[in-house]
Structures are given as C-alpha cells and as structure tokens.
Write a protein of this length. Structure first.
Ligand SMILES: [Zn+2]
Length: 141
C-alpha cells in the first residue's frame, strides 16, 4: 500500500468515527435543557401532563443514544434545526416590528402572504408587492 493510500484511509476512518461517536448535537442540548427545566418546574407544579412530557423526553434521549445508525440521528438533528430556525426567524421578525413600530408598519400581501415593511404615512395608499408585483390598498392611522 502506498503512503498516500494509508493517509487517505486514516482520514476516512477518522471521519467515520466522528459520525459514529455520540457528540452533543443541538437536539441533544435542547432535550437535556428541556429535561432539567421540566423537572424543576414539576417539583413545584406536580402536573401529570408535565410528568408525561418529561418521561417522553427521557425516552427520546435514551432512544437517540441507542440508535445504531448515525445518519438517522443527524437527520433528526437537521429536522430540529429547521424547526428551531423557523421559530427564531418569527421571533426576530416580532422584535424588528416592535423596534420599527414608530416609523414603519408591516402588512401582509393579500395575494402571496408576504410580509412587507412600509413607511408609516397617514391615510390610504396603494402599495405594490415586491414579490408578486400586485397592487393592494393600505390604510394607516
Ligand atoms: Zn405579494
């Protein structure tokens, strides 16, 4: 075997190990935080629904740790990240709306449902959606 082949094989194995080992991914972090948060809240509330949620969380952590297929775990993590990013985007938009509330208004396009930021001008205006190029009326007090 040539040196370069050995070199390549070494890194291939290393990559494989990185996928296989049970690193703390974002979904794990979320599950563990949920585990402790639910646990602490339930010390005070003693709610059966929270208890059930806590048990499901525990079981899911164990299930993920026992998964033999690392790609499945990665897939779950990707799905979780997609959902988390969507929620974060909505949250950021709400913060931006609150910061802009004095100089801008936000309206949804009735045609394509895109959220559009418009300068706050009193009266009735016609606005053209930048995405679908359709006109619609905007009222601002
Ligand atoms: Zn539109």
């Amino acid at each position: 075997m040539k040196f370069i082949d050995k070199f390549n094989e070494y890194f291939k194995n290393k990559e494989q190990k990185n996928i296989n080992n049970n690193k703390m991914d974002e979904l794990y972090k979320f599950l563990f935080i949920a585990f402790f948060v639910i646990w602490v809240i339930n010390i005070f509330l003693r709610n059966p629904i929270l208890l059930a949620l806590w048990i499901i969380d525990c079981l899911f952590i164990i299930y993920r740790a026992m998964l033999k297929n690392p790609y499945k775990r990665q897939n779950q993590n990707m799905k979780y990240l997609a959902i988390r990013n969507k929620i974060l985007e909505k949250f950021k938009l709400q913060i931006r709306k609150w910061k802009d509330r004095k100089s801008y208004i936000y309206r949804k396009c009735p045609n394509c449902k895109a959220e559009i930021r418009l300068p706050r001008k009193k009266g009735k205006h016609v606005c053209t959606c930048p995405r679908c190029k359709k006109d619609f009326d905007v009222k601002c007090n």
